[in-house]
Design a protein. Sequence first.
Length: 479
Amino acid sequence: MTPTSPKHRRAVIIGGGMAGMLAAAALADHAEKVTVIERDQLPDSPIPRKGLPQARHVHILYSGGARAFENLLPGVTERWLAAGARRIPLPTGLVSYMAQGWLRRWSEMQYMIACTRDLLDQVVRDRLMDQHPHVTLLQGHELLRLNGTADRVTGVRVLGPDGKESDHQADLVVDASGRGSRAPHWLTELGIPTIEEAEVDSGLVYASRLYRAPTGSGDFPLVNVQSDPNAPVPGQTATIEPVEGGRWLVTLSGTRGGEPTDNPDEFEKFARSIRHPVVGELISMTTPLDRSVTVTRSTVNRRRYFEKARTWPEGFVVIGDSVATYNPLYGQGMSVAAQGLIKLRDEVRLRGLAAPGLGRAAQRAIAEPAAMAWDLATSQDILYPGAIGPQPRPGAGVAGRYVNRLMHTATGRPAVCKAFFDVITLSRPATSWGHPDTVVASLRGPGRPPLTEPPLTKAEWAIAAGGSGDTTPLRVTTG
């Protein structure tokens, strides 16, 4: 099949956030004009914006997603790092207390990009506009409806900041409007049957605060204490992410019955009260930069099965959080969006922007990375007390016990640790955990005694203690 020429082809992207910018990058070489419709006025610098309240919490971009970003926008990683982001090797630059114990800090197996979400977005937006000047960003424009019929979407109608309505013709419309997408409603207006949906809600609440990073902590690891979904108690976590500007972004979380509050006087106390107090101990030795605590409660996992729709209009594709949203704890949303957009770009390269069947084929391809992330997130979240949603499928218990065994073994065997990170960072499919070598090693167990304290070096403890004047390395042990 020979793709059509980009001459006179037009694409419209609904949403100017991360997924919308990446969608524009994916289509820029295949359309004469790409128009991005964004409801907000976007900032000119990496600061929070109204339409992205979750940006104030920890965001990490795993290596599987970072590679997809780089594929769509070459040079973006270098720009992130130049702007202050850090490339943290995994597990070398990670101090993590999983449900199965402390991970050892072996040599690099994968990596993550660590910075604020606002910086990630700003750099992507700037890079896109530099590389693709024919992309137009319309800010302050609200989408009113899709134009067209149940057979084909022909464009969109929008409301401008001046209160006037206008139509924008398109060969392809991509919905990247995110968690609040109204795509099912828009499709119903065109005569498309109701889209199947699923939700898993653990009742998770996030609370975040910025702290001053200790002097000399430029290479300090990311530190987190995870919850144990197999314990019959609310899941509570704490994370310190080193971000740009000499700061630590600290995020606490708790599921139904164990939520953190927005009371700043309770923040450190909560961090000390969970499975291990290391995060509370570390932040006690530095200074908060925020007087208040930012709390977010919109953390439900939601998936819309557009790929299963009985009928689907030509000229329309849904991507990113508009397809599926996940508990932010797992750090998958941005990576899944980028990988889905590579799928879309590949389909456009093969078929052409206006080719029959493109929308249906792209929607099915986009569902592949979304399904993998969905299974990883919901299989854990449904286990917490009071979680709402469909129970695990038959046989999920056996698979869950194997994954627990694999993660336990990952604390002591580097080969299994690498297999673990290959999947968690969305660099390899979860089916790779079924490789015979990994299965055999997992059954053998970790082979090393568990660590009894956080694997921070004496130098790192000394740096952390610098703010308090105490240079004695702090020692805390598991209970």
